[in-house]
Design a protein around this ligand. Structure first.
Ligand code: CA2
Length: 154
């Protein structure tokens, strides 16, 4: 079965508890339930983790190579700063979707650049919690649509 890793970056554990006008009122456990329901509907396995630590995210991304077919990540503020996370994604070379609750392109200029998007198959930004649903579905769609390269016969 297809296995997908979903990573939440720093401060996303505060979802629903602060700044509901920007990030909505859904808590992280409820968002994770939505993600699991989407995975079940799509017939894929999902593991979900959150960390406030850049190095921990890098370690999880490095380890994802053996265990997962795709990565869906909201690296939060590290999206705009972390070359380490960008390099880890490039190194593992698994299809990655860059996900954001808010539309980062409508916000402050420092949020417009995503180091993750540069190594991702695509970005979903601005749909609140639904960005994760769309991001997961996009990863599944990508994996199922990938062309199988015919092998030469002997
Ligand atoms: O829109 C997104 O998903 C972001 O990745 C969220 C990050 C922000 O730094 C990015 O520019 C865009 C912030 C995540 C922090 O989430 C909070 C949730 C509730 C209260 C405070 C922060």
């Amino acid at each position: 079965m297809v296995r997908i890793l979903v990573l939440h970056g720093p401060n996303l554990n505060l979802l629903g508890l602060r700044e509901p006008d920007v990030y909505g009122s859904l808590t992280l456990p409820l968002l994770d339930e939505m993600i699991r329901a989407t995975a079940k509907e799509a017939g894929v396995e999902v593991d979900i983790r959150q960390s406030n630590a850049e190095g921990e995210l890098v370690t999880w991304i490095q380890a994802s190579r053996e265990r997962y077919d795709a990565l869906v990540i909201n690296a939060a503020a590290y999206t705009h700063t972390s070359i380490a996370i960008r390099d880890a994604i490039a190194a593992v070379d698994i299809p990655t979707v860059d996900v954001h609750l808010s539309n980062i392109h409508r916000r402050e200029p420092f949020r417009h650049r995503s180091y993750i998007a540069q190594v991702a198959i695509g970005q979903v930004s601005g749909f609140g919690a639904h960005s994760y649903v769309l991001g997961l579905q996009a990863a599944v769609h990508y994996l199922r649509g990938r062309k199988v390269v015919p092998q030469p016969t002997a």
